[in-house]
Design a protein around this ligand. Structure first.
Ligand code: DL6
Length: 822
């Protein structure tokens, strides 16, 4: 093992305690006598941060010295969650901290809980970026993440009278995990106009800025697991470039407008847009995007130029991955830098640009595909619009040449949509400017090739399009979230190596029949359920029985994810129980239906779904006929740290999107890895999970993606008969059993009258039947546990380490930097 003590400040309990005391008494300027849990958290974080800094500096020096190709992951969202627990585990000193804190009078769980989640993301895409950073560091890839340092992350959700209420998330009060780099700043320009100038006989375009805003770097160390590699996540914050005050205005007594520039500039990085799978063309969002990509590219180019290589070597040194279309302006910005600033010929520059970028698509939903009005781009980024038009012109010329008989092709694939107003189609720009485009699960990658990007497959050929099925980091999602299960697994898999090579989990399979092992497995699941039950009691007041089947659906609330199907199913269960005699009820299996997730503040229907869930809970949970047989819980403010508690406690979790709509899903992987089974549609990564773990270990239901279009067509143009059980559910809601019927009328009308776009009625029967199978299967606990163990043993494929190796090989062409551990 590498010698940790050579380069770090503590290796044992005494050393750790000394560091904590030092930080409490000096950095925090407090005495140990009034050291509370927050101070203990702060000092512990600072002690670990000191260790990371050493590794981090060395990693950066090593990467600079070796000067090999680096990966830059551009993501507008990084949903990191808490850092302390992760840092302690990754450097391998959690036990030391636990003992040290105990001696100082603290329980490590209470200390870890003091940390505010870093919630700079909405959902899947942002959490994927966080898992990727963990894997990149663990696998020793020279890699940087680039994002925005939002002052307000995703809002905090409160449930008041059954409704979602949004509260700002101010998370930066004290954040020991970031380093402001006031010396790393970039001036970013907006607005203005473009002038032509002749320099040395050559005509060049010069963009004269209308406004300049300063980007300031904040760096976050990203420790790999069991390696000294500590990579960097650089987040940009915005600031007025001329300093805080307009002194002239200040001196003349105009105090309000003296700080106006500062406030306007700071607005850029103030808030994360809270939409998931929905784009709303707001000018500030476009400003955020350009601010972030321009600062990041300036940084990347500056680093490249230090090595004094020729520009043609740029793609050999730099791979930039676009996490969705949000960073697509980076393509245009790099072309601008190369042509306008560095003086390269257009074609030469374009070759460099397209060899550098890769683009990951995360959705086929039309409402999530980004488009920007041409007028807005022209106003904000006049030079970039010219470049976009030129890129489009050359692209369309090549298409025309290759498809001379298909005039309509030009209209279909043009980066500029000839609508009213004209729009820039960002996904098309991302495809044209990248050398590889990938989807995030097999079905999704196939669907993008046959639907939204079909023409591009014809133009470029199929090789440009590929699949990298998503994955999750087992360090956070098993080792950290479920320490007891991780330990039990380690005891059967020859130690902790499975955390770095998840395929080792397959060694569990030979222990499936081991009674003692099954017993320990079941005990751990039960303990995790007890912990969640306590949280439910503390936060909602509802007492749930941990012996019930815990049925969980936690994710963003969205009609396509179909929480409405779930709650309609719950109402159906409630009505069935109500119709039973007491003797019949005694034979039923108790169940707790647990929901969690945020709705975008402007997404009215999603908010109605939350309201219905809470309204059903309010009735069912106090119904004495029902008692423990059914409880309905909505967990407030679902986030990464709550997910770490919820995933280990589920028996069955729901991944029930309309087939073909969920690109991949990653919580499906988290739940299975934590020894829970899943009920799901044939969608996203559910399909590959089924292939890996076996059909008998998953509960699949519903229509297939290839039938969705026909069904929708039939709803619109034929007669649409609603499933009779679902009709009864609707009638009950309309009777007012769950509160004012009017509150839910739009949700019902969406199915009955408005075409049932998400196929709730079509899938209802199969959904209910499949839940009956779940109940039956759960009654046989021994077999159920065997299914869970078998599933976990076959989950090796879904580690984000495998994804990163695939990206590295197929898209980035980058090698890990071998680390000398001595
Ligand atoms: O690829 C990560 C993740 C997928 O697993 C989900 O299926 C997909 O819905 C999600 N997309 C987003 C888009 N959001 N925004 N903002 O999170 O990506």
């Amino acid at each position: 093992a590498w010698k940790r003590n050579q380069i770090t400040s503590f290796t044992d309990k005494d050393g750790f305690e000394k560091e904590v005391v030092r930080h409490v008494e000096t950095t925090l300027a407090r005495s140990m006598f009034n050291c509370d849990e927050i101070a203990a958290y702060s000092a512990t974080s600072l002690a670990f941060r000191d260790r990371l800094i050493t590794h981090w500096n060395r990693t950066q020096q090593r990467q600079t010295y070796r000067d090999t190709k680096r990966v830059y992951y551009l993501s507008l969202e990084f949903l990191m969650g808490r850092a302390l627990d992760n840092a302690m585990l990754n450097v391998g000193l959690k036990n030391v901290a636990q003992d040290g804190l105990a001696e100082l009078g603290f329980r490590i769980e209470d200390v870890v809980k003091q940390e505010h989640d870093a919630a700079l993301g909405n959902g899947g895409l942002g959490r994927l970026a966080a898992c990727f950073l963990d894997s990149l560091a663990t696998l020793n890839f020279p890699a940087w993440g680039y994002g925005l340092r939002y002052r307000y992350g995703i809002f905090k959700q409160e449930i008041i009278d059954g409704y979602q209420v949004e509260v700002p998330d101010y998370w930066l009060d004290f954040n020991p995990w970031e380093f402001p780099r006031h010396d790393v700043t970039v001036d970013i320009q907006f607005f203005g106009q473009v002038n032509k100038k002749t320099v040395g006989g050559k005509t060049i375009s010069v963009w004269e800025a209308g406004e300049i805003v300063q980007a300031v770097a904040y760096d976050v160390p990203i420790p790999g697991y069991d390696t000294p590699t500590t990579n960097n996540l650089r987040l940009w914050s915005s600031k007025a470039s001329g300093g805080e005050f307009d002194f002239q205005k200040f001196n003349s007594g105009d105090y309000e407008s003296s700080v106006a520039d500062q406030q306007r500039a700071e607005t850029i990085s103030a808030v994360l847009y809270p939409n998931d799978n929905l784009e709303r063309g707001k000018e500030l969002r476009l400003k955020q995007q350009y601010f972030w990509v321009a600062a990041s590219l300036y940084d990347i180019v500056r680093r490249f130029k230090k090595s004094r290589r020729s520009w043609n070597e740029f793609p050999d040194q730099v791979a930039i991955q676009l996490n969705d279309t949000h960073p697509t302006l980076a393509i245009v910005e790099l072309q601008r830098i190369l042509v306008d600033v560095e003086g390269l010929e257009w074609d030469n520059a374009w070759e460099i640009v397209t060899s550098t970028f890769g683009y990951t698509n995360h959705t086929v939903l039309p409402e999530a595909l980004e488009k920007w009005p041409v007028g807005l781009v022209q106003h904000l980024l006049p030079r970039h619009l010219q470049i976009i038009y030129d890129i489009n012109l050359f692209f369309l010329q090549s298409v025309e040449k290759a498809f001379p008989d298909d005039r309509d092709m030009l209209r279909r694939v043009s980066i500029i949509e000839e609508s009213q107003p004209k729009m820039v189609r960002m996904a098309f720009l991302a495809i044209v400017g990248s050398h590889k485009v990938n989807g995030v699960a097999e079905l999704h990658s196939d669907l993008i090739k046959t639907t939204i990007f079909k023409d591009f497959v014809e133009i470029y050929g199929p090789d440009k399009f590929t699949n990298v099925t998503n994955g999750i980091t087992p360090r956070r999602w098993l080792h950290q979230a479920n320490p007891r299960l991780s330990e039990l697994i380690a005891s059967k898999c020859g130690g902790n190596d499975f955390l770095k090579d998840l395929t080792i989990l397959n060694q569990l399979e030979k222990h499936v029949e081991d009674k003692q092992f099954r017993k320990e497995w079941a005990e751990i699941k039960y303990a995790n359920k007890v912990r969640l039950a306590k949280h439910i009691k503390d936060t909602t007041g509802v007492v749930v029985n941990p012996a019930s089947l815990f049925d969980v659906q936690v994710k963003r609330i969205h009609e396509y994810k179909r929480q409405q199907l779930n709650i309609f199913g719950v109402i159906h269960r409630y009505l069935s129980l109500k119709a039973m005699t007491p003797d019949q009820r005694k034979k039923q299996l108790p169940r707790v239906s647990i929901f969690g997730g945020k709705a975008a503040p402007g997404y009215w229907m999603a908010k109605q779904i939350i309201h219905l869930i809470n309204s059903v809970g309010a009735v069912v949970n106090k119904d004495e006929d029902i008692g423990d047989l059914l409880k309905v819980i909505f967990l407030e403010d679902y986030n990464v740290s709550k997910a770490e508690m919820i995933c280990p406690a589920s028996d069955i979790s729901e991944h029930i999107s309309t087939a073909g709509t969920e690109a991949s899903g990653t919580s499906n992987m988290k739940f299975v890895l934590n020894g829970g089974l899943i009920i799901g549609t044939c969608d996203g990564a559910n399909i590959e999970i089924t292939r890996e773990i076996g059909e008998s270990n998953i509960f699949l239901f519903g229509n297939l993606s290839e039938d969705v279009e026909d069904l929708r067509h039939a709803h619109t143009y034929g007669s649409h008969t609603i499933d009779s059980d679902l009709d009864k559910v609707f009638n009950e809601i309309e009777k007012g059993t769950f509160g004012t019927p009017h509150d839910f009328s739009a949700m019902i009308a969406a199915v009955r009258q408005h075409g049932d776009y998400y196929l709730v009625s079509d899938d209802f029967h199969s959904y209910i039947e499949t839940h009956q199978l779940v109940d039956e299967a759960y009654r046989n606990q021994d077999e159920w546990i065997a299914k869970c163990i078998t599933s976990v043993s076959r989950m090796g494929f879904f580690t984000s380490d495998r994804c990163i190796n695939e990206y590295a090989e197929e898209i980035w062409n980058v090698e890990p930097l071998v680390v000398d551990r001595h």
